[in-house]
Design a protein around this ligand. Structure first.
Ligand code: CP
Length: 317
């Protein structure tokens, strides 16, 4: 595996899930695979889970790890070609990327959407420059339009908890005070459809996601109908994708907060969220603290999804 940015990169999802489960059963089985290999994790944005779980996965494989926070101690990087660099950014990504490639065998990149330039965001201009210019295998630690390590961990978690072959999995928009990217819901839709689940997406009008990510899912504007009979409720906020509102907050309607009343419409569904989560905006205390909440097992499976991807990348070196 040379790149990991979408479900297409994983090949057979059934085989990947089986491999992930084997890794989880014995996460030190390949402890010498990464000996004398270096993972470089490059963060343009903050992280708790991705930072810790990916580093842990690399350590399980015997790798050395370098972490670079671009906005804390590194030179500020210009990302666009053709810019006259007379501002506050003294280095260009086009030099910085191949330099990083000199010191690493595999590179992970976190670079969120700007939410101001839809074309640049949906062309994935930052991570694609790493893929093109680093000379190394590159994987997404959440890029502008996708968060595949999270979605892979979410699918592993659903596989561990489902009680029927084709569970009803509902992705629900929920309110948030800040404008957030579409990366997590895009990938969740893409991966859960690929896993063969009955995927329903519910949100207020205006929050339609990019069709290339939601193909195969049912869009249901009636939230109560969407929740009815659900086996899994996956809550997430995202800002508008559709023009002319790209990146905007269109609603903060707290009737969309996931609470015990809405969960009662489901078939005793599990509650899921990628974290970090704003309590009593996205989900009430009662629901996230309930015994049907899977937020901690999902976070734990981030180590497993990362280790599966790193193992495949190490095997391709
Ligand atoms: N879910 C997730 O990616 O968490 P972090 O932003 O803390 O890495």
């Amino acid at each position: 595996m040379k790149t990991f940015t979408s479900v297409a990169d994983i090949g057979s999802l059934t085989e990947a899930i089986a491999e992930a489960r084997a890794i989880k059963a014995d996460r030190f089985a390949d402890a010498s695979l990464g000996r004398n290999r270096t993972l470089m994790m490059v963060f343009f944005n903050s992280s708790l889970r991705t930072r810790l779980s990916t580093q842990k996965a690399a350590l399980n494989l015997g790798m050395n790890v370098i972490v670079l926070d671009i906005n804390q101690g590194a030179w500020k990087l210009e990302t666009e070609r053709g810019v006259i660099m007379d501002g506050d950014k003294p280095e260009h990504l086009l030099e910085a990327i191949p330099v990083m490639g000199c010191y690493a065998d595999i590179i992970g990149v976190r670079a969120f959407a700007s939410l101001t330039d839809k074309k640049a965001d949906y062309e994935e201009q930052v991570i694609n420059q790493f893929i093109r210019y680093s000379g190394r295998p590159v994987f997404s630690m959440e890029a502008a339009t996708g968060h595949p390590l999270q979605a892979f961990a979410d699918v592993i978690t659903i596989e561990e908890h489902k009680t029927k072959p084709r569970p009803k999995v509902v992705l629900t928009w929920a309110p948030h005070p800040r404008a957030l990217p579409q990366a997590v819901p895009n990938s969740f839709a893409q991966w859960t459809v690929a896993a063969g689940y009955d995927v329903v997406i519910t949100h207020p009008r205006g929050y339609e996601l990019a069709p290339e990510f939601t193909a195969g899912a049912t869009i249901e504007y009636d939230r109560e109908k969407a929740f009815s009979g659900a086996d899994f409720i996956y809550a997430k906020n995202w800002s508008a994708y559709a023009d002319p509102d790209y990146g905007k907050i269109l609603s903060t309607d707290r009737s969309w907060t996931v609470d015990t009343r809405s969960m009662a419409l489901t078939d005793n569904a599990f509650f899921m969220h990628c974290l970090p989560v704003r309590r009593n905006m996205i989900v009430t205390d009662d629901v996230i603290e309930s015994e049907r909440s899977l937020v901690i097992p999902e976070a734990a499976n981030r180590e497993i999804s990362a280790q599966t991807v790193l193992k495949r990348m190490l095997q391709s070196l």
